[in-house]
Design a binder for this molecule. Structure first.
Ligand code: NAP
Length: 348
């Protein structure tokens, strides 16, 4: 059987902030029949994840592109692989059957052919909305959980600063840190986001970094006794200001540097004398390396969700054609919480 498949592609490599004109909606005829002996799985997309790291894959060159299979370059015209949740349409793989729900690497398209079922898992929704398996119970959750507990090595009562704190990873880092017993301050790009952090998510304090002119003194104001842990999602001057305010033996988990992704002139230059004399640990990490924590992360987070201790903050757009605007919005701060696109209403 053949279907008409729509998918999003880049027209050419992107250097700088992404724009609508960088993307196109392509159409192809796609066979969804499985040849005998073939172990591919054909998946119809329900939800796809919209993630900042994809911009580094869209560049002509980024040092990230050779570091991991998740980070490889995307070529103009090709379907863009992305994490998502879908339904199996046809399968030659013994582990998957038609109509199975699955989560894993599919694409920014209506259908994906997953070769050999690679990086695809059957999904038990466990009674949660399917979108949760893209965000809080998916890679965003694992990144926040693993990054905070494994990379930051927190102790109760420590002072934690989180940037991009209303975003997908950041809001969860703050919530985990509060539940663990830390003092948590977040920064975000609007007053509405600041209120969300303080009033709904239980952050001890929060500020709008766009209203601040001197980030070093801003952080001094919010952390008069210094920062023990900085969970960095943005890089550049925020990282420099955090390092300047770190306590001795402070830890910085460098999760991402979104402010540097679209601006080649922005680079963090923290005071390295501070780093040495305050014995600060600055640790970059990738969630893909933390799969050993997955079972622990999942059971803890499910328990927190069921007992109402943690909140899932989602920002869902509808329709494949809205993937580019959803993606572009990440770099302008349009999203609140996990950005997801619901591609079809076929399954609720
Ligand atoms: N290491 C890993 O394995 C891993 C995994 C997932 C994500 N990440 C990284 O973690 C970070 C957050 O990702 P996410 O998926 O949770 O995205 P997100 O925070 O949900 O969305 C991005 C947010 O970043 C903020 N932002 C955009 N441009 C900015 C700038 N120039 N300066 C400061 N803030 C800016 C915006 O919020 P404001 O309104 O607050 O500006 C925006 O909402 C990214 O750097 C991403 O690459 C890393």
């Amino acid at each position: 059987m053949e279907v008409t498949n729509k998918y999003i592609a880049i027209r050419s490599h992107i250097d700088g902030a992404p724009q609508e004109s960088d993307f196109e909606l392509k159409t192809e005829a796609l066979s969804v029949s499985i040849e005998p002996g073939c172990n591919d799985v054909v998946v119809k997309t329900l939800y796809v994840s919209i993630d900042p790291y994809q911009i580094n894959r869209m560049k002509k060159f980024s040092s990230s592109q050779k570091t991991s299979t998740f980070a490889v370059a995307i070529n103009p015209g090709q379907a863009i692989d992305a994490f998502g949740v879908g339904r199996v349409v046809a399968s030659g793989h013994p582990g998957f059957e038609k109509d199975d729900l699955v989560a894993g690497v599919i694409s920014w398209g209506e259908y994906s052919i997953v070769r050999g079922g690679n990086m695809l898992n059957k999904l038990d929704s466990m009674g949660f909305p399917l979108s949760y398996h893209v965000g809080i119970l998916g890679f965003s959750g694992l990144t926040a959980y693993g990054g905070f507990f494994h990379i930051c090595n927190p102790k109760k009562g420590e002072k934690v600063f989180v940037s991009a704190a209303s975003g997908s990873v950041g809001n969860l880092v703050g919530q985990y840190a509060k539940l663990f017993g830390c003092y948590v301050v977040g920064c975000a790009g609007s007053q509405k986001k600041v209120e969300l952090l303080k009033e709904k998510l239980g952050f001890d304090d929060a500020f709008n970094y766009k209203e601040e002119t001197d980030l070093k003194s801003t952080l001094k104001r919010y952390f008069p006794e210094g920062i023990d842990i900085y969970f960095d999602n943005v890089g550049a001057e925020m990282l420099e200001a955090a390092v300047a305010n770190m306590n001795t033996y402070g830890r910085v988990a460098v999760c991402g540097v979104i402010s540097e992704y679209t601006d080649t002139k922005k680079r963090a230059a923290p005071d390295m004398i501070d780093v040495v004399y305050k014995r600060i640990k600055i640790h970059g990490f990738l969630a893909g390396d933390l799969m050993n924590l997955y079972a622990d992360f999942l059971s803890t987070t499910i328990d927190y969700l069921r007992t109402g201790k943690i909140q899932a903050i989602e920002d869902i757009s509808h329709g494949l054609e809205n993937v580019p605007s959803a993606f572009i919005g990440l770099f302008c701060g349009d999203n609140v919480g996990k950005k997801i696109v619901k591609v079809t209403d076929d399954y609720n």
